[in-house]
Design a protein around this ligand. Sequence first.
Ligand code: GLY
Length: 390
Amino acid sequence: MFIVSLIFISPLIFAQTKIDVDKEIHDAALQYQGILKTHPDITKFPQSYSRDGKVMDRPSDWWCSGFFGGSLWYLFEYTKDTKWRNEADKWTMAVEKEKNNTSTHDLGFMLYCTFGNAYRLTHDTSYKAVMLTGASSLASRFNPDYGVIRSWDEWKGYDYPVIIDNMMNLEFLLWAAKASSSKKFYDISISHADKTIKNHFRKDYSSYHVVCYGEDGKVLKQGTHQGYADDSAWSRGQGWGLYGYTVMYRETKKKKYLKQAEHIAQYILNHPNLPEDKIPYWDFNDPAIPNTERDASAGAVISSALFELSQYTKEHKEQYFNAATTMLSSLTTPKYKAEIGTNGNFLLKHSVGSKPHQSEVDVPLVYADYYYLEALLRYDKLMKTGKLVL
Ligand code: GLY
């Protein structure tokens, strides 16, 4: 019996580094108890903590409003402590009104991290109804003549900008397709993903941040909003693309999406500017490297995505699992992980929101914590069971 299970799990035993997930979740719980104390008002969503020691909050219509509730669900999932379930539910319901928000493409982040995890963990159907309304709101931003979901209403004079981040909303739509048996959500996801492969990606599989479309779906501009330059590889954007195509493969089993995710992974992992600890600089092409900021949020997103992708490939299984583990392990070191009671009680330090706008540079960010916790849970499941069921 022992030998059989060892052989079953053995593809994962190549990890050189072991991460103590119990300890990391224990520390995370202590930190987040602190955030709950400093955030009694559920209309003020924890976002960050400035370098001069100010608590930074955002309203529910900000794209990040789902991450705190989502992280609380991950704490509940691991600890099974109903205290976290109650808090997670509270911060989930705080986002509910965004189900009717048709002015943003970020409903996947806002509603799936909260309600999606809530429904997955509790099977309470009241969460499902909110998500189906939200998915229709998101789908209202899809115009079949363009073939993509509109991210913003305006950018630099263009009225149909689409950002690579939008790939992260497709998991929500594909869930809605299954939950409602509506082919519309599935078709929109396929169309958006296919058109994004065509127009967002360069020959080396790095991606533009923003692509602006004209009336007939023609590309009018390829550029950046948060990266170093129009033709640079903004690190979190590479992570969003990697994660998005990994999910597209999981949900459709179409090989082209697996190939796309693998190409993106190879771009990231083979990049000469990826540091030894595998936490990317904020943009792979910042000429100031190594004298510029890391982005822990990009490291967390990429780590979580690579844990999943490692399950879908024989050829790169070991490479992706090891890289994801190195990233996650780096994030648990004092270089990135905050001491308990510091950092505004956020888990990770050193993320970058938007360097060109000098906004949220080298600070904790709520979404870095969310994907860090997600990666920890994925690592834990892989180490304990040899597989991920998502
Ligand atoms: N979706 C915005 C960002 O990644 O900063």
